[in-house]
Design a protein around this ligand. Structure first.
Ligand code: 5CA
Ligand code: ZN
Length: 421
């Protein structure tokens, strides 16, 4: 899939200091030390393209964009892989409901997503693959799992052949990422795409690996497993392997994916005899009207609608920056008003120019401390108000050649352009 156009990258000499990132698995912030020296590899779970980008998606991709920019500032080369879940129940159902071809629906929504990411100045992933275009590889992975004795058949009365499931008990690897117990898992499994009660399954959380062809659904030939389409988790394992290689450094996504998706992606990888991600980073959930913003609930604020209504995309970025990426928060129009005020003040300060190395230093320190954007905004507020920042690590000892161009730094580190729109 063609990815979107990345913003031009403002060069900023790397700080060389490591990024500390919160790891969901261990519950602690750890320095990111890439598995391959000099090269950080991150996978982020992409959209299911049946509705446009809402602020929740934007928050998640904003968080991974900050990870990229922070890693780059530590002097690492960064590679990001991202999928597009274009073969999945909700998308196929929406296409059927609206009487459009599922491919057309997916393409149109991917195009809108690209526009939104471009407007928000999110740097495009190096690998951007949809399920349909990765199908040969996904089938290969499914067949490998079958050949390794990890797949079992479950009768499907409405299909010509069986559905296939992954037998988790063989590797005993579930809950590796979430750390949840079975009761916690059962509470959400069904509402997050699982089928714990399906007769014939060996274990309630065994994930669907390959679904036999049903009438009216797209299907591909998977040899001894029959015609059908893949389950959800295997796509991300395969696309991560194709784009980055297994194992890789960081698996990212929204916190709604911790269980089952990231637990089960890791379990697929273990069943393949390969370790998955070294660190798991999750963005909090954005809510509207008291509920998680989600396509299935329909309580959405669309990025493209805000932009169409004249909102400056950099104001949207500032709304996202006002919340720490791991916190859950609720969107309101007041957030946007506050961000508009900030943007005006920051642009005026940028137009005044001057060198502010302590502010740049404070911005960098905030970013590499688990992407602490609220603290970065406090430093920018002070800069815009003409105050000299006092930083925790007494920034008086900065070298003479420390970068002092705040506008260039916020552009490079936070993707925030302060040029007049
Ligand atoms: N295609 C799968 C991932 S393989 C999927 O979850 N698609 S999605 O379109 O539902 O979500 C895309 C990304 O946005 C995921 O990383 C998801 O965790 C994140 N996301 C979805 N809703 C929200 C929300 N309300 N707040 C923050 N992030 C969200
Ligand atoms: Zn995924």
């Amino acid at each position: 899939m063609h990815s979107w156009t990345s913003p031009s990258l403002t060069p900023l000499p790397a700080s060389g200091l490591p990024l500390r990132l919160h790891d969901t698995r261990t519950g602690r912030a750890v320095p990111v030390v890439p598995l391959t020296p000099g090269r950080a590899r991150l996978y982020v779970c992409g959209i299911t393209p049946y509705d446009s980008t809402h602020l929740g998606h934007a928050a998640t991709y904003h968080a991974t964009d900050l990870m990229r920019r922070a890693l780059r500032d530590t002097g690492l080369e960064v590679e990001i892989a991202q999928n597009i879940t274009d073969v999945d129940d909700p998308l196929l159902e929406r296409a059927e409901r609206d009487g459009v071809d599922w491919r057309e629906l997916a393409d149109s929504q991917v195009a809108l997503f690209s526009e939104d990411m471009t407007a928000l100045r999110v740097i495009a992933p190096e690998t951007y693959l949809s399920v349909s275009e990765s199908m040969d590889g996904i089938i290969e992975t499914v067949r490998t799992l079958h050949a390794r004795g990890r797949a079992y058949a479950v009768e499907a009365p409405d299909a010509a052949g069986p559905d296939w499931y992954l037998d988790l008990a063989q590797d005993g690897a579930l809950g590796e990422v979430s750390g949840w117990d079975e009761a916690q898992m059962l509470e959400v499994f069904a509402e997050r795409g699982g089928d714990p009660d399906r007769p014939g399954k060996r274990g309630p959380f065994d994930p669907l690996l390959w679904r036999a062809e049903r009438e009216g659904e797209p299907a591909w030939d998977a040899g001894e497993l029959g015609r059908g389409r893949p389950g959800w988790h295997v796509e991300c394992v395969r696309i991560a392997d194709e784009g980055l290689g297994l194992p890789f450094d960081i698996q990212a996504g929204g916190s709604d994916l911790v269980f089952p998706h990231h637990d089960l992606s890791a379990a697929h990888s273990v069943a393949l005899g390969r370790p998955f991600a070294a660190l798991y980073a999750h963005a909090g959930m954005v809510a509207l009207d008291g509920e998680k913003m989600s396509k299935s609930l329909g309580n959405l604020v669309f990025v493209h609608r805000l932009v169409r209504d004249g909102v400056d995309p950099m104001s949207i970025r500032l709304v996202l920056m006002a919340h720490h990426y791991r916190s859950d928060w609720e969107y309101s129009v007041e957030e946007l008003t506050r961000s508009d005020e900030r943007l005006t003040a920051y642009r005026a300060a940028a137009a005044r120019g001057g060198s502010h190395p302590h502010t740049v230093d404070a911005l960098r320190a905030a970013l590499r401390n688990d992407l602490d954007t609220p603290t970065a905004l406090a430093a920018l507020d002070a800069w815009a108000a003409g105050e000299t920042p006092t930083t925790a690590d007494g920034a008086a000892a900065l070298p003479d050649d420390a970068p002092g161009d705040v506008a260039a730094a916020v552009d490079a580190l936070f993707g925030l352009s302060l040029q007049q729109a």
